[in-house]
Design a protein around this ligand. Sequence first.
Ligand SMILES: [Zn+2]
Length: 434
Amino acid sequence: MSVNKILIKGGHVIDPSKGRNAKADLLVEGNEIAAIGDHLSVEGAEVIDAAGCTVTPGFVDLHVHLREPGFEYKEDIASGTRAAARGGFTSVVCMPNTSPVIDDETGVRFVLDRAARDGVVRVYPAGAVTKGQKGQEIAEMGLMARAGARMFSDDGLPVISARVMSTALTYSTMFGVPISTHEEDPSLAGDGAVNFGRISTLMGLPGMPEEAETIMIARDLELCRRVGGHLHIGHVSTARSIELIAAAKADGVSVTCEVTPHHLTLTEDLVKESGYDTNTKMKPPLRTEADRRALIVALRDGIIDVVATDHAPHSFDDKDKEYTFADNGITGLETAFALLHDRLVLPGDISLDRLIECLTTAPARIIGIDGGTLCEGAAADIAILNTDQEWAVNPGKFASKGRNTPLVGWSLTGKVDTVLVDGRIVLRGGELTC
Ligand SMILES: [Zn+2]
């Protein structure tokens, strides 16, 4: 039986795992990358003309809400993985704040089975740190790791008990799986709906102060310093968070962290400008311009390791409420690359090379998967990007069930054109093939 061959010709290849940033052809045979080089030509191969495009490893997202089981009206594994493919993502970590919470082996197996049946990209379940995400009793982390959990998180909620967090970090060493955190002190966060400061005062909305985030980050860095383990700080949003993490890293604390596309490109001013659009409501909230600038510099300098979308789809009704009562979060998978390319790469705030690293090689390394590389013999998880193509964000066309984005109608330059997962074309010309 002959193997399926695909030749991606004439693209500009960026592979941060190999420091490659040059024009090259790429040959896929079956589910593997068979060769990479100049002027490859292969009998019987399907040719994809990538001239003028950028060819990268498929993106890896460490923070996605697929909502299944329990909230399939917001998203499910079928729709969420298609949204991922549309955005260039070939691997996603899905958060366990489902119903029921993914806090045991059965839950992890359920997600993996469903992903094998309905998914079009690779799905790596995150297991909960505590039973039922109640913050009290540690979950069966060992059994979940054995069943395939690649991360642990109580995301959506903080781990209130420092003792439980300390134990979780100890276990993270034993199982080689990072603990991803949602850093929020509830006594300070209260019912805060926006960043505490100028906009909350102007608009009369309850504010969430930056200390709600930084105090918990400081605590977890101290715990990690003591007990070790791999602490991965989710969605950092303030300049002060960066200072704390930079200092800990300089001391050799084993911490990594992520930032979302929206915290890198939007600020609290959008809450006002949009006229209370609940699609500007998220946790952590959009912050100030000074915070945003600090996040960009930290991403450029490597203090922030990865970009993760925190893709948080909701139904129309979940968001169609008074600002303070609306659910938190926005969709992110289908707009992430375009938004970052348009708002950060084109103005020269960050290089395309560094952005791709933060979307591929760096996140793959954090969860210890084989993705994020185009080296020969690796699984053929590939994204082909058209960095010149301009398009307007139209949620009506999303593959995600979530339409909740503040970017409606925004014109962005940079589009994901073609995506291969395990050697199979799942997106072509920006359209899903499955
Ligand atoms: Zn979170």
